[in-house]
Design a binder for this molecule. Structure first.
Ligand code: PDD
Length: 288
């Protein structure tokens, strides 16, 4: 059965979906996106993803084509139409279709698309074993807080990881880790404190990051938002990444050097469990 996708208000088979070549997303990467996780057929942390979509759109002055309630209804319909139990919903909004010219077109209507991707998230083998990470220079622009579809730097970073047999690339600026190519970077210090970079224009404000920091605080784990260097990461007790597509994923080596025991650490494992527990709680209990 064909995958059903969403294009500008219409659900249709993937094979029939068409975007004009003059779409500014295609020509200029003039657009933003979101990725939300689906577990047990339900969207996880979706309100926060839609709030970040609204913010990203606002920062580049594209009108949001749908309200949060409309987005939610459309996402839920897409999940149902694709019988998606576990995986991802991808949403993208571009400035729309117009004759190629750098300045904003006066008459373009935003292009909104969505698709789903099945993915094993809960019982992922990578989460059991942990992943390797490599460091690369962070060569991105200065507005990394916007979830822009201009992802060439991240594509090159991830490819460097793939070619090194690693699962993620940690991007580095002035000796300090900014974030993963598609994830937030965390370390655990030898005395058990969780460290992640504070929010700024240098990183994407991760939705999973916020939830994990809250869960850590609730579990009496001390959380420090500060810069950390590659050297500090190499000597950390544990490391992990967070994202909608991996939740909490242990990182067991950096540039070929084991982190801590070289196995997923207890804090990363615990935070993954806590995150899953909360996400999988029945809707009625979550609302209570
Ligand atoms: N990426 N930092 C970057 C650069 C990211 O691309 C992502 C997510 C994150 C984590 O954010 P969140 O917890 O909200 O998913 C941090 C998504 C999953 C992607 O591009 O596929």
């Amino acid at each position: 059965m064909s995958r059903i996708v969403f294009v500008n208000g219409v659900f249709l088979p993937y094979e029939e979906a068409r975007i004009p070549i003059m779409d500014r997303g295609f020509l200029f990467a003039d657009g933003v996106y979101e990725v939300a996780c689906v577990l047990d057929g339900r969207l996880v942390d979706n309100e926060a993803h839609l709030a970040r979509l609204e913010r990203s759109l606002g920062e580049i002055r594209i009108a949001n084509p749908f309200s949060p309630a409309e987005w939610t209804r459309l996402e839920e319909e897409l999940v149902q139409r694709n019988h998606l139990e576990e995986g991802l919903v991808y949403m993208q909004v571009t400035r729309g279709v117009a004759e190629r010219d750098f300045g904003f077109p006066s008459d373009a209507r935003p292009t909104a698309i969505m698709f789903t991707q099945p993915k094993v998230i809960r019982h992922s083998a990578a989460a059991e074993a942990g992943i390797k990470a490599v460091t690369v220079e962070d060569i991105r622009w200065k507005r990394r807080d916007i979830k822009s579809v201009a992802l060439l730097a991240q594509v090159l970073a991830k490819q460097a990881a793939v070619e090194a047999g690693a699962g993620e690339a940690w991007m580095v600026e002035d000796g300090f880790v900014t974030e993963g190519s598609s994830s937030t970077a965390f370390i655990v210090t030898p005395d058990g404190r969780l460290v992640t970079r504070p929010l700024s224009n240098a990183i994407l404000p991760g939705i999973t990051r916020v939830a994990v920091m809250r869960l850590a605080a609730e579990a009496q784990i001390r959380v420090e938002e500060r810069l950390f260097s590659v050297a500090e990461a190499e000597h950390a007790a544990e490391a992990f990444i967070t994202s909608a597509s991996s939740l909490v994923m242990p990182v067991v080596s950096l540039d070929g050097k084991p982190i801590g025991t070289g196995r997923p650490g207890p804090i990363a494992r615990r935070l993954r469990e806590l995150y899953l527990e909360e996400a999988l709680r029945p809707a009625s209990a979550a609302a209570a």
